[in-house]
Design a protein. Structure first.
Length: 568
């Protein structure tokens, strides 16, 4: 394995040790710098292997959990609330990303990895043991906190030890498992559901994930002990001087706990009601729908006011004035809004609307990730030579629109052309997705200094989750508002339509493709998926606009650009 171009922080190049601030001096950044300096090529190889291994497990888990989550909600006869679960997960992830980044800067990368593994494992256990929707949602939230933290840490770790020029290539290490998982995830879900239940399909990762995190943790701990012995000044702490109470106060304000809680509240209160209101107009007149939306809207100016005057805001407003930053954040939001709208119910559409098997449907839902990783790895090598990102980012967003056009045309049916069409659309969507999401991340990292790297990466990933939350909300609202009405219209019986709407997998099993009952369902699904894809292609327009706004710096061998955070 080739060693990446490294921006080597030298211990003797740092100024003499000063009395550190308990929180704001970012001791976690200093520690990862000295840890990185202790790792030679063998340790770095093991480090990147550890990154790959843990990414392989959470990647496989994520792909198969999509299927199990659909099965779980259908089993609880609440399949239409699938979007509600994903909105909650996205809201938690959006708030957790910047907070996790700050924790990593204060306590260290190792500590956050351990915390993330704990949340991931506990959440998985709760989901697997759940017997109702509220418990399943609680487990999904805990799992999402751990999942969010570990994704952030892997991206930050790669950025910590690579140069700008090689970062795009090495940032795909956590994504490369999709190349394998795309083809085996369908077999895994099919085998598990054949021999046992979705509960065990989820629960087994409570054992697998912590075990596979050990190589990465072991390598970082090895570097930690070497660094502590050779550079003890990096581990100086002011905690004994300021005391635990003062440290807790500083940490409370630095983590912007109030801002985080306000963000979670406003996003959840605004978005969740749209996914639970249902198709009845009467639901929109009830207090349980109106009140949360009104309160959430009122919290928006409160959150902005708080963040504007907070000593340590979760959003670094001084960086948001740079088009290199806000342009990339716009790409992140619009990408996930557009993608999630067509992908939210894709597995269900494939099984029920296309007549695909569990194995085939799981593989098709993974084609986007597979194609994007292949494309991204090739692009990473090209960028090593070209040293520019913007042309590929703009081209990728344009190709994204073309892919959506294909998905609008092929939206259901058992014919071979429909099967080939949806596969072609997902592959093209993936090729486009390999050309701009990760390059946009590398671009925004290039625009910031190393001490702001974790925070800006956290904000970027949080923007993805804000986009996901909004996209899930739109998809859920369209699904609930449209599909049931279409089923009633095409089937002519309210009770039968309600049954097919609440548990589509059982209904599809009982009525094979080609039967009149199934044909009515397929037509309803085709109409609904068409509306979802048309909505998605409309959102690609601002995505292209944001791509045109970002900068096009020449990438160097430095960890960040010398003129980072200097605006026009």
């Amino acid at each position: 394995m080739a060693s990446p171009e490294i921006k080597q922080p030298m211990a003797h190049a740092r100024p003499p040790p000063q009395e550190p601030n308990a929180v704001t001096d970012s001791p976690g950044v200093k520690r990862i710098e000295v840890i990185s300096a202790q790792l030679h090529w063998i340790e770095r190889t093991v480090l990147f292997f550890g990154v790959f291994l843990i990414a392989y497990v959470y990647g496989l888990d994520g792909q198969v959990r999509i299927t199990y989550q659909s099965m779980a909600t259908a089993g609880f006869e609440k399949h239409s609330l699938l979007a509600t679960i994903n909105v909650l997960r996205s809201v938690i992830a959006a708030a957790a990303q910047p907070t996790a980044a700050k924790i990593a800067d204060v306590f260290g990368r190792i500590e956050l990895i351990i915390l993330s593994v704990v949340f991931y494992t506990v959440g998985t256990i709760v989901e697997a043991a759940s017997t109702n929707m509220p418990t399943f949602c609680a487990g999904a939230v805990l799992y999402q906190i751990g999942y969010t933290g570990i994704i952030l840490l892997l991206e930050v770790l790669v950025a910590d030890v690579t140069s700008l020029r090689s970062r795009l290539l090495f940032s795909y290490i956590p994504a490369t498992p999709f190349i394998i998982n795309t083809w085996i995830s369908g077999n895994v879900t099919s085998s598990v559901l054949t021999t046992t239940t979705w509960q065990w399909g989820i629960g087994m990762f409570a054992i697998i994930f912590p075990v596979c995190a050990l190589p990465l943790l072991g390598t970082l701990l090895f570097g930690h002990f070497k660094a502590k012995r050779n550079s003890p000044e990096a581990y100086l702490s002011s905690l004994p001087k300021v005391g635990a109470l003062q440290f807790a106060k500083e940490l409370f304000w630095y983590l912007d706990v109030v801002g985080v809680l306000l963000l979670i509240a406003l996003l959840a209160l605004i978005l969740v009601p749209f996914t639970i209101a249902g198709a009845s107009a009467e639901q929109w007149k009830t207090a349980k729908v109106i009140a949360p939306i009104v309160i959430g809207v009122l919290l928006v100016p409160a959150w902005i006011f708080w963040e504007r005057y907070s000593k340590h805001p979760m959003v670094p407003f001084h960086l948001l004035k740079d088009r290199a930053v806000w342009g990339a954040l716009g790409i992140a939001i619009m990408l996930n809004m557009a993608w999630v709208i067509q992908g939210e119910y894709l597995y269900t559409v494939l099984v029920v609307g296309f007549g695909e098997s569990i194995t085939s449907a799981t593989r098709i839902t993974s084609l986007y990730s597979f194609a994007s990783v292949i494309t991204g790895c090739i692009l990473g090598v090209i960028v090593l030579k070209v040293k520019r990102l913007k042309p590929f980012i703009v081209a990728g967003t344009l190709l994204f629109m073309v892919a959506y056009g294909i998905l609008i045309y092929f939206r259901g049916g058992a014919s071979s052309s429909s099967h080939s069409g949806v596969i072609g659309g997902q592959v093209l969507l993936g090729i486009a997705g390999g050309m701009f999401p990760y390059p946009a991340q590398a671009s925004i990292q290039a625009a910031t200094k190393h001490e702001h790297l974790a925070v800006i990466t956290g904000i970027f990933l949080a923007s993805y989750n804000v986009g996901s939350a909004i996209g899930n909300t739109i998809a859920g609202a369209i699904w609930r508002q449209t599909l049931l009405k279409e089923l009633i219209k095409n089937m002519g019986d309210v009770d039968t339509a309600t049954t097919a709407f609440g548990d589509p997998f059982t209904y599809a099993t009982a009525h094979p493709m080609g039967t009149p009952e199934r044909d009515a369902v397929v037509e309803s699904y085709k109409h609904t998926q068409r509306l979802l894809c048309i909505t998605g292609i409309c959102l690609v327009v601002p995505l292209i606009a944001f791509a045109c706004c970002i900068r096009n710096p020449r990438l160097t061998k430095d960890q960040s650009l010398p003129n980072a955070e200097e605006r026009d």
